[in-house]
Design a protein around this ligand. Structure first.
Ligand code: NTF
Length: 808
């Protein structure tokens, strides 16, 4: 552990100085926001000092530097996390208490930057945490969006999107690095000249913007390594303020250049899983790629000059999904056009340096850009891609049978489009999926032609999560119970959680496990009351599905179960159930009508169920608005049942399944994504597994004879009634009926197999629900889940990346 303050007194002295310097007020005069800002600045200052030591140390030891390129980093609040990682949380809390302030209150004032949509962005943030913990010189490279993902409000059951102005109060963790700004060109045309008998390419007539980096420190647990996350903001390359236009009163036009440049980093696109076909998105992708490459090469030159032949020994560039796919061509461009290397030499360097992770098999999420748009915006990059594609075509043995089909499936340029997944694969020495099943699906279907050519490039890296953020910080009660039993070593090495296994036989300990869960449920209930006015009962089972809204994640299946229970409880006196609160949270992309209708359905069902005195002592439905990292940290610790119910084969991995498992929830899930690995580790008897498997789904598709109507006709009592309630007025009081959902299930023939999995799902739910009555057994299974969750630490995942991909 590095100590940044010897004792409370030292902390208080430094803190008072920063408050004064930053606000001009004494600590006593400063308000809560000023106090928060000053505290964050104080910690950030120390973090930056250690960051520069970490950097120098890496130079001295010639450590390989890993650059993790991701268009999203969903970092969450940092203050509490960094105090924990520096080992000074208690010291600071006590010091503040002495000063008459409350640490938790100050932590609450931190904005929660929404620079990501969901799992992909949060994974990138957990990876930064783990790279720093593992002492890897690993740096995030991303975008500094002025507005993060929209804030979700619920009005009459409907999702409304409101701009997220997370920067308006100032962000104390970042520093602007004007000195490292980079000019980025768009448009123009390529000119070819001859120089020393060699063709030299450059772009003329491009319009430039300035990419300005902001650095955020990344503090590893133990405080020994501090890395940084560099995020880029777009600004005009030159000030073109038109005074004359301004004086004529046309203020907007006077500053049009600024507005056009800044638009590039204005918003995060809210489409989780694809559909980004906008020019601005392509500009974002090139901006953070080109700026990031320029910045890492500058560092490289400072350390190694132009020793390009050894670049891949000293630098790894990891591309998180296809959004940074231009890393390959951009690095080619610099090596060819600016450094004067030959193609073959440059290509070898590039393909040894770049690696790629795929995060989805949904076809709509595989990025493709129209060639005419692409080549106009990025003419030289396009030209390089053409050449990569030409050489790729040339590499096929045209005497071999079926080569045309392999080429068709692997080509980068096809049908008037640039296929970013194929570009990513061809430029990379390593391609990985994010869970065992997902990697198998990549190898056998989505990328099978590549797999046939270069099987050795493919590997699996099952996702992970930070045990510091999602157990220690989010669930302090449980964390200290765990530490009282096995010590604090699990924070460093989460596999030590297995040492909890003997405590499964300790009745008193199990009771304490239950007691911490109850406290966490009470904490969440208070939050829900404050945010929505709804009263939920901590003595009921908390059944939780929190994630983005997507058809394949099947929140619809979950709400069908609630409707079915409601109907049975009100009509069939033999129906028994333990009191249960069904908790939902998550956002839907603004343009995703179906997903938004499911949100409205959940809120409409909640409106009816929660007001019905016949059932509302037994079941409640709760939608928590504006799911984000900070409220996720309240929700996971309170959960008892973790709903992971995607159609088998569709969820690449999932990570909330891991966070919930670590917090002692039992998984109610399909054999999909990392759920399979949860079952392998914790045993099927400790979870609630149901539904079709991936091969069964496949078989059904191949046969092509699934008819949703058959299932409905066979089961008018339950399925029929559930589907009927969508349009018969039962739930339409709040804001109308649900014809479009009914049509998706019945007319569009239930593409996500909701009806097909319905009965096995409800049965598995009821089994878990009844099991809960025996609390000792339940707590034992909960503890077992926590004990076996250590393998899902992102430290483990990152060590695998380090050893098997980056060689760092
Ligand atoms: C997501 N992919 C997957 O849908 C999740 O299953 C997975 O856990 C996370 O990535 C992290 O690997 C995406 O968000 C995207 F963008 F690829 F579609």
């Amino acid at each position: 552990m590095t100590t940044i303050f010897q004792d409370k007194e030292q902390f208080i002295d430094e803190y008072r100085l920063v408050v004064k310097a930053f606000t001009g007020k004494s600590f006593e005069e400063a308000g809560a926001t000023d106090r928060y800002q000053a505290l964050a600045r104080l910690i950030a200052g120390h973090a930056r000092d250690i960051a520069s030591e970490s950097f120098t140390e890496s130079s001295r030891k010639h450590k390989k530097r890993v650059y993790y390129f991701s268009i999203e980093f969903l970092i969450g609040r940092l203050l509490d996390n960094y105090l924990l990682n520096f080992g000074i949380r208690d010291l600071v809390a006590e010091a503040l208490a002495d000063m008459g302030a409350d640490l938790d209150e100050l932590c609450e004032l931190e904005p929660d930057p929404a620079l990501g949509n969901g799992g992909l962005g949060r994974l990138a943030a957990c990876f930064l945490d783990s790279m720093a913990h593992e002492g890897i010189a690993g740096y995030g490279n991303g975008m500094r969006y002025r507005y993060g993902l929209f804030k979700q409000e619920i009005v009459n059951g409907r999702q409304h999107e409101v701009a997220d102005e997370w920067l308006s109060g100032g962000y104390p963790w970042e520093v602007r690095r004007q000195d490292r700004a980079v000019r980025i060109g768009f448009g123009g045309h390529v000119v070819t000249r001859e120089k020393n008998g060699r063709q030299v390419y450059s772009v003329e007539g491009a319009s430039e913007v300035l990419a300005v980096p902001y650095d955020i420190p990344v503090v590893g647990f133990g405080g020994k390594t501090v890395n940084k996350l560099r995020v880029w903001s777009a600004e005009p390359a030159e000030e073109h303020f038109d005074l004359e236009t301004f004086n004529h009163g046309d203020y907007a036009r006077a500053d049009a250049d600024r507005a056009n440049a800044e638009a590039i980093s204005a918003i995060l696109y809210p489409n989780d899983q694809g559909e980004h076909g906008r020019l601005l998105r392509l500009k974002q992708e090139y901006l953070f790629v080109a700026a990031g490459i320029s910045s890492l090469l500058r560092t490289y030159r400072e350390e190694y000059g132009s020793d390009w032949a050894h670049l891949s020994d000293r630098v790894a560039i990891h591309t998180n999904d296809t959004h940074p796919a231009m890393c390959g061509p951009e690095l080619m461009r610099v090596l060819l056009d600016e450094e004067g290397l030959e193609w073959d030499e440059a290509w070898e360097i590039v393909t040894k340096t770049v690696s790629f992770t795929n995060h989805t098999i949904l076809p709509e999420a595989l990025e493709r850009w129209p060639i005419d748009t692409f080549s106009r915006l990025l003419p030289r990059i396009y030209q390089i891609i053409e050449e990569i594609n030409r050489r790729w075509a040339e590499s096929f043995d045209t005497a071999a049978e079926g080569w045309q089909e392999h080429f068709r499936n692997t080509a980068i340029l096809w049908d008037g489009e640039v296929r970013m997944a194929n570009l990513s694969v061809i430029c990379s020495h390593s391609i990985n999926g994010v869970a065992k099943l997902h990697t198998e699906i990549l190898e056998s279907t989505v990328l099978r032609d590549f797999y046939a050519l270069t099987p050795k490039k493919f590997n699996n890296k099952t996702n992970g999560i930070s045990p510091r953020r999602f157990l220690a910080e989010a669930n302090p009660g449980y964390a200290s119970l765990i530490s009282s039993a096995i010590g604090t070593g699990w924070l460093d090495d989460a596999s030590e959680l297995e040492r909890l296994l003997p405590f499964k036989q300790d009745a008193a300990f199990l009771e304490k496990v239950g007691a911490t869960k109850l406290e966490n449920k009470a904490r969440l209930a208070r939050y829900v009351k404050r945010e929505t006015g709804l009263v939920i009962d901590p003595a009921s089972i908390f059944d939780v599905q929190v994630k983005r809204f997507h058809a394949y994640k099947r929140q619809l299946l979950n709400v069908f179960k609630v409707i079915d229970l409601y109907q049975r409880l009100t009509t069939d006196p033999n129906t028994t159930i333990e009191p249960t609160t069904f908790i939902f949270s998550g956002k839907a992309a603004s343009s995703y009508t179906f997903a938004k209708e499911v949100i409205r359905l959940i809120n409409s069902v909640a409106d009816v169920v929660n007001k019905d005195p016949r059932v509302n002592e037994l079941i409640k439905v709760c939608f928590i608005p504006n799911f984000r990292v900070s409220n996720a940290q309240l929700i996971y610790p309170a959960a008892e049942i973790s709903e992971q119910i995607s159609t088998a084969g569709k969820e690449a991995s999932g990570t909330s399944n891991m966070k919930l498992m670590m917090n002692g929830a039992l998984t109610l899930g399909t054999l999909d994504g990392a759920n399979i690995e949860i079952v392998d580790l914790a045993g099927r008897e400790n979870e609630g597994i149901f539904g079709l498997t991936k091969p069964e789904v496949q078989e059904l598709k191949d046969k092509g004879n699934y008819l949703a109507w058959d299932l409905l006709n066979d089961d008018p009592e339950r399925l029929g009634r559930v589907v009927g309630s969508l349009t018969d007025g039962t739930f339409s009081k709040l804001s109308g009926g649900f014809e479009s959902i009914r049509n998706e299930v019945m007319i569009n023939n239930d593409p996500d197999l909701v009806l097909l999995d319905f009965h096995s799902y409800v049965d598995a739910f009821e089994k878990l629900n009844h099991d809960w009555a025996n609390r000792t057994l339940w707590n034992r299974r909960a503890l077992h889940n926590t004990a076996m969750s250590g393998w899902f630490s992102s430290d483990r995942t990152i060590r695998e990346y380090r050893d098997e991909i980056w060689g760092a």
